[in-house]
Design a protein. Structure first.
Lengths: 866, 121
């Protein structure tokens, strides 16, 4: 049994066991494995891993993290973790009393909060907190101490998404965001009336449920954790506090009241409206943080917002800035007052808040903190400048280290950026509506522009977006993005850097598609040099570049070079990855393909069978990769002089495997469907062939969108099929449609356009318009001569097609010379066994027969292998 | 070279998920190289981006395990890429990979258990 099959079996048993009630699982499993102890052990550990969770989360068991081996904390049974924060971890837990089971969120604090006096305060405060009963507030149910002393709180369990994420994910409008804020204000107001201050309002403490209602967590908990107000100043640092939402008085360790909550609500409102916080504090030392929070007046939300700035200017700016005033007495004097102003704004009534004048802002700032002013101004400048200035100075000192650091710091930005691209897309419709991926990519580019301060990160994103645009079939845009990324990497990292090599590879890819073959070659050779000089320790990258060169070579006119590179890639792989059967199989397949293309069928088929066997044992007989290699073997066998029935059965078998592994709508099916269709066409089974090609067309349209060039390829394949059946009008239409699509994506001078012209020529020839067919063929030959070279293998192929057309026009001498020339070119690239070479000999034989040169005709027949 | 297949392979979302994985692993590698004090907490990874930042070693181990899983089931590895690295939900993943949501759910459960077992071994 292969490991993949074994894994199949384990999964079946896992799912089977999970369908049973937990207590019955073991017995069920034991019965199901029928005495296979090894299998039983494996599935049991799998089941345990499923229940215990681990790295990938979701399902997890007892909180191993805080030294708790038990799955109980006090009267609560731990069900699974919900999250972790500065204070400790939160778990989903349940308590069963008599016959009522209550599910709670259990917040387990870190042991360093287990000070003796803490428990006393718990008891005093608990009753007050438990009294808070409001639909917008998660109730405190219980508080206590775990056996090993860690304090815990049991709270009403609330399911939802944090406020900011919610608004972002749903792309809420400004007014919707304000209404959300109103609901939050109402809950805070209620608590304030009960004389409870939250003190730690932040997004993760405000969860929005599926009903769109926000609920506040952890009310009053912060106060319990604060050190005694009379304690020494040094212990007052609230190291768990999220500084982003903390008020100036909180940061200074002064007594806090309801005004502190007003400030935190101001920060939340700022973030909801501008999609950024007032300050970027992450990079700052604690002292600098305090400086900023206490003394720096933030930019107004409208000045920070990316897109909605215009809407925020005026009243909303004023409201937010009033809530964010440094001195508590200048803020709204209650949450209710803030709430009212928001309501007035929504009702288009004049708001009460008055904007601070610039003079006030500046004088207040300088007068109160003359000494600190200069330092704070510097910090402010760096905040506004996106921290670039400061970092650039450091870079000069320690350039290399800083480069790594910039990548680190900003890679969160990179990932957030990509995640954002997914999240903001309406992914459910994205693929059905082909405009959506484009819109997303476009938005991505816009966002990348905002990262100008971090050119290296920006370069990386530009490069990634370039690849996305290749996928979308927008090659000029892709080229521009990749080239820009390359430039920035060269400037920022120097010319000999692995990232530069990566950009060069991508550049080569898009240049090849844009038919700039020699540019592609130059880029790849540079990439290879960098890889060999700088990064000897990364054979995978080197092999990839050699593979790219192998792929490019035929475009440059050399099948020979291509074969040489394929062999080199296989050798490198065998040397560096001697035990990696799958990797070796991959390179073996590539070599087999080029050999097949050059007519070295027997060797190609032998290698391909070797690769199939390797994949079968490494990945399983049911793996789609195995099926992929089977299709490729089928292609080789189909081209061989004496076709066998094996090709068809390989295609059909492979399609069955792929459908089972990936489903009926996967693009991986396209190759097999197309190959089988070609075989069926050659066999005269047109109806089935047509059905299969239409399936590929449909599949590509649905997954890639109707504007993708791959769709044009499928349309074009239908043309000769329909022409064979005499359905010329339909064929003509498809040829035109695909031409239009190619023109839109690759432009007028491109090898695929030449291919399209050949398709049209064949159609004309089938219709009996030989003169038109000839002229089209000559167009295609001229274009491909310009793109490649006069001796390119495709020129040989085209001349071989042109020969019989000329013969049909009665120009036998021209036909003969054309075919002789075709043979000369083809034989420079292909083995004599190649189907192109053989067919050309046959055609030439026919021409000689028509000319009455029986002896020459017979000799050509022999050369054709007949 | 006559057959144009380049666009087939760049299935939009799938490609993005792979790109995302590459970026994060790359980041985790650099991060692991210059890591500060080891984080003792073993809370589950909420998402790959956080993991790359906080626990690069774990993410690298996961990535290696994922390579091994790919050999057992390519589809399951792709699903983990979409779900974990690109943060897609079940319907999004199903769409991106052209498979049914039920298959995604089933495979995700199995793949997760397999990876967790692999990583705890």
């Amino acid at each position: 049994m292969t490991s993949a099959m074994r894994w199949e079996r384990e999964q079946e048993l896992l799912h089977g066991a999970l369908e049973q009630e937990p207590p019955a699982r073991e017995a069920w499993l034991r019965a199901a494995v029928a005495g296979d102890e090894a299998l039983l052990a494996d599935v049991t550990s799998l089941l345990a891993a499923h229940q215990a969770g681990g790295l990938l989360g979701e399902v997890a068991g007892p909180p191993r993290l805080y030294g708790l081996a038990a799955d109980h904390v006090g009267p609560y049974r731990i069900l699974r973790p919900l999250g972790a924060g500065g204070m400790g971890a939160v778990f989903l837990a349940e308590r069963t009393t008599s016959d009522v089971t209550q599910v709670v969120a259990l917040k387990l604090l870190r042991a360093d909060y287990a000070a003796p006096q803490l428990m006393e305060r718990f008891i005093a405060e608990r009753r007050i907190l438990a009294r808070l009963e409001h639909p917008g507030i998660a109730r405190l149910i219980d508080a206590g101490q775990a056996p090993d002393g860690e304090p815990y709180f049991a709270m009403e369990f609330v399911e939802g998404t944090d406020l900011i994420t919610w608004a972002r994910q749903r792309r809420l409008r400004i007014d919707e965001r304000l209404r959300l804020m109103l609901a939050v204000c109402r809950a805070v107001e209620y608590a304030h009336r009960q004389l409870v201050v939250h003190r730690d309002l932040k997004p993760s403490n405000i969860l929005v449920g599926d009903d769109g209602r926000p609920r506040l967590l952890d009310f009053g908990i912060a106060k319990l954790l604060e050190p005694d107000p009379g304690g020494p100043a040094a212990t007052r640092t609230l190291h768990w506090l999220t500084p982003d939402y903390a008020s100036p008085e909180q940061v200074r360790g002064e007594p806090v009241g309801t005004a502190s909550d007003v400030y935190s609500l101001g920060v939340l409102l700022y973030e909801l409206l501008a999609d950024r916080r007032p300050f970027e504090l992450d990079q700052l030392s604690p002292a600098a943080m305090e400086q900023v929070i206490c003394h720096v007046v933030p930019l107004r939300p409208s000045e920070r917002a990316e897109s909605s700035g215009r809407l925020l200017r005026g009243d909303l700016d004023t409201i937010v800035m009033k809530a964010l005033a440094k001195e508590p007495e200048r803020r709204y004097d209650s949450v209710q007052a803030l709430d009212e102003d928001l309501r007035r704004y929504l009702d288009s009534e004049p708001v009460r808040a008055r904007p601070d004048t610039l003079v006030y802002r500046t004088t207040m700032f300088v007068r109160r903190h003359r000494a600190a002013a200069l330092g704070a101004l510097l910090v402010l400048a760096s905040l506004v400048g996106g921290l670039v200035a400061v970092r650039r100075q450091a870079q000069e000192a320690e350039r290399a280290r800083d480069r790594a650091e910039e990548a680190l710091q900003s890679s969160q930005q990179v990932s957030a950026f990509l995640v954002d691209m997914f999240q903001t897309s309406d992914a459910r419709n994205a693929l059905a509506d082909s405009a959506a991926p484009r819109a997303i990519a476009h938005r991505g580019v816009e966002r990348a522009e905002a990262l100008a301060a971090q050119p290296i990160v920006q370069a990386r994103i530009l490069d990634a977006l370039g690849l996305v645009y290749i996928g979308l079939g927008q090659y000029d845009t892709a080229h521009a993005l990749i080239a820009r990324g390359l430039d920035q990497r060269r400037t920022g990292l120097g010319p000999r850097d692995m990232d530069v090599a990566e950009s060069l590879r991508h550049l080569a890819r898009v240049e090849r598609i844009r038919s700039h073959y020699s540019d592609a070659e130059v880029a790849l050779r540079e990439a290879l040099t960098i890889q060999q000089e700088v990064a000897r320790n990364d054979p995978a990258a080197e092999i990839a570049i050699v593979e790219d060169l192998a792929f490019l070579s035929p475009y440059l006119g050399s099948e020979d070079e291509s074969e040489r590179y394929r062999r080199q890639a296989l050798d490198l792989t065998r040397r560096y990855y001697p035990d990696d059967a799958a990797r070796i199989a991959e390179r073996t397949i590539q070599l087999a393909l080029i050999l097949g293309r050059r007519g070295e069928y027997a060797e190609a088929a032998r290698l391909m069978r070797e690769a199939i066997a390797a994949r079968r044992s490494a990945l399983g007989a049911g793996a789609w990769q195995t099926a992929q290699a089977m299709v490729q073997l089928g292609d080789i066998l189909h081209d061989m002089p004496a076709p066998t029935a094996e090709a068809e059965s390989l295609y059909r078998q492979a399609l069955r495997i792929t459908r089972a592994a990936l489903g009926d709508t996967h693009l991986e099916l396209v190759h097999g469907l197309g190959s089988l269709a070609e075989l069926l066409r050659d066999d005269g089974r047109y109806a089935e062939a047509e059905r299969l090609i239409r399936e590929t067309l449909d599949l590509r349209r649905r997954t890639l969108g109707g504007d993708n060039p791959a769709v044009a390829e499928s349309m074009e394949r239908l043309v000769p099929l329909l022409a064979n059946e005499g359905r010329f009008t339909e064929a003509e239409q498809l040829a035109r449609d695909s031409r239009a699509l190619w023109l839109r994506t690759v432009g007028p001078e491109h090898t695929t356009i030449a291919g399209n012209i050949v398709t049209l020529a064949l159609l004309r020839d089938a219709e009996g318009h030989t003169v038109q067919a000839e002229s089209l063929m000559r167009q295609a030959i001229a274009m491909r001569t310009r793109l490649f070279s006069p001796g390119h293998v495709l020129i040989g192929v085209h001349l071989s097609v042109l020969g019989p057309i000329l013969a049909r026009e009665g120009r036998l001498a021209d036909a003969e010379s054309t075919l002789v020339k075709a043979l000369a070119i083809l034989r420079a690239h292909q083995r004599p066994t190649h189907s192109d070479v053989r067919h050309t000999h046959e055609r030439l034989a026919a021409v000689y027969a028509a000319m009455g040169r029986a002896e020459d005709a017979r000799r050509q027949q022999v050369l054709a292998g007949n | 070279m006559e057959r144009v297949t380049f666009a087939d392979r760049s299935h939009f979302f799938g490609a993005c998920a792979r790109e995302m994985r590459r970026l994060l692993i790359d980041h985790a590698r650099r991060r692991a190289a210059g890591k500060r004090g080891a984080g003792a907490e073993h809370v589950p990874l909420e998402n790959a981006a956080a993991a790359a930042q906080e626990r690069p070693d774990d993410l690298l181990a996961l990535d290696e395990a994922l390579e091994r899983l790919a050999k057992l089931s390519e589809r399951q590895a792709r699903i983990v890429e979409c779900r974990f690295y690109a943060g897609m939900d079940v319907p999004e993943t199903a769409q991106a990979l052209g498979i049914s949501p039920a298959t995604v759910k089933r495979d995700w459960t199995a793949a997760r258990a397999w990876l967790n077992r692999e990583l705890s071994a």
